[in-house]
Design a protein around this ligand. Structure first.
Ligand code: ZN
Length: 335
């Protein structure tokens, strides 16, 4: 459930890299940071809904279509969660299959909609159109453009870490991004790199993700709206305006549920001092990571060059920004 940690780190490091390269867009991000951060996570991971309801406490648990059999809070029984929408009960699986590919574009389309996948070079044209439309149709403020830039960091970040795109060399324990090394990536990003090295206030950042207003441009780039603008002129397929009301309900649920997840995530990620005086993490994460202790995870991450890989992801994201800027001159600024 810890997707936001990685994606926020990619986005924040990309913002720094964009500033170092002197891109005018860095000012847009800086002035509209909440929209950027929210776009960088909920602008793409629209499967952020509960999977089940814990019967002991009545609170929602899980994340998207991954089935939760027992409550992670009490170990007790759960019942399936659904989104009530216009007299129908929509399952997390249906939400995922309907919307995930529309947000990620280069990956994650359901079997039924596989024809929707677009290539990286098509995606760069697509993103340039969306960014131009954010300025001209979804302005005059710059929060929608900042949201779109955040969304772009997510698409590239997922593409790299999930090996849809080339360019990232990382082998941490058993691969680039695996069930075993994912807790290591999250814990090291949250603690050693995020909190200690970068001084990040994770609770504050996660709150911004949940609380930022949904930017209507998200319905545009997910093509769940009427076709318009540059994107409508260049990409004729896939527009389904009849999905707009359901997507609006899903996006509202994404933000509502993220608010519930945030304190759990912070608790799960926070490293404490163990009885032996050494830093210790959540035992469930240790066992998911093959039994490694937190200090062993830090050592494994060091050995694999994980910190360098994070910085590399940020640079590759900004390479993507520059390619998009080359296609859409309004992105040169001034802002
Ligand atoms: Zn994603």
């Amino acid at each position: 459930m810890s997707g936001p940690i990685g994606h926020l780190a990619y986005a924040l490091l990309a913002a720094r890299a964009a500033e170092r390269r002197g891109l005018a867009l860095a000012r847009v991000i800086h002035a509209n940071l909440s929209s950027y951060l929210s776009g960088a996570y909920l602008g793409c991971d629209v499967q952020t809904v509960p999977n089940a309801i814990c019967l002991d406490t009545g609170v929602p648990v899980g994340h998207g279509p991954v089935t939760v059999a027992r409550s992670p809070l009490t170990g007790g029984a759960v019942k399936p969660w659904t989104l009530s929408f216009e007299g129908r009960e929509i399952t997390p699986r249906e939400i995922h299959d309907t919307f995930y590919g529309r947000a990620h574009l280069i990956l994650g389309w359901s079997e039924r909609e596989k024809a929707g996948v677009i290539s990286w070079s098509q995606y760069l044209d697509y993103a340039a159109d969306v960014a131009g439309d954010a300025i001209e149709l979804f302005g005059p403020g710059r929060s929608s453009l900042s949201w779109v830039l955040g969304w772009m960091t997510h698409v590239t970040g997922d593409g790299l870490i999930k090996s849809v795109l080339d360019g990232l060399n990382l082998h941490l324990l058993d691969g680039k991004y695996t069930a075993t090394n994912r807790p290591i990536q999250d814990l090291v990003t949250f603690n050693a790199i995020g909190r200690v090295e970068l001084g990040l206030d994770w609770p504050g950042l996660l709150d911004q993700v949940a609380e930022a207003a949904v930017e209507p441009v998200q319905l545009h780039y997910m093509r769940c709206a009427r076709s318009q603008g540059r994107l409508g002129a260049h990409f004729h397929e896939g527009w389904e305006p009849e999905l707009e009301p359901l997507l609006r309900a899903v996006l509202a649920e994404n933000h509502r549920y993220q608010k519930i997840l945030n304190p759990r995530l912070v608790r799960e990620m926070t490293v404490t001092t163990g009885s032996d005086g050494k830093p210790a993490c959540d035992p469930a994460l240790s066992s998911a990571a093959g039994g490694l202790s937190y200090p062993e995870m830090v050592a494994a991450a060091d050995e694999a060059g994980f910190r360098e890989a994070l910085l590399e992801i940020a640079e590759l994201i900004v390479d993507g920004f520059e390619k998009v800027i080359a296609k859409e001159e309004r992105l040169l600024g001034p802002f």
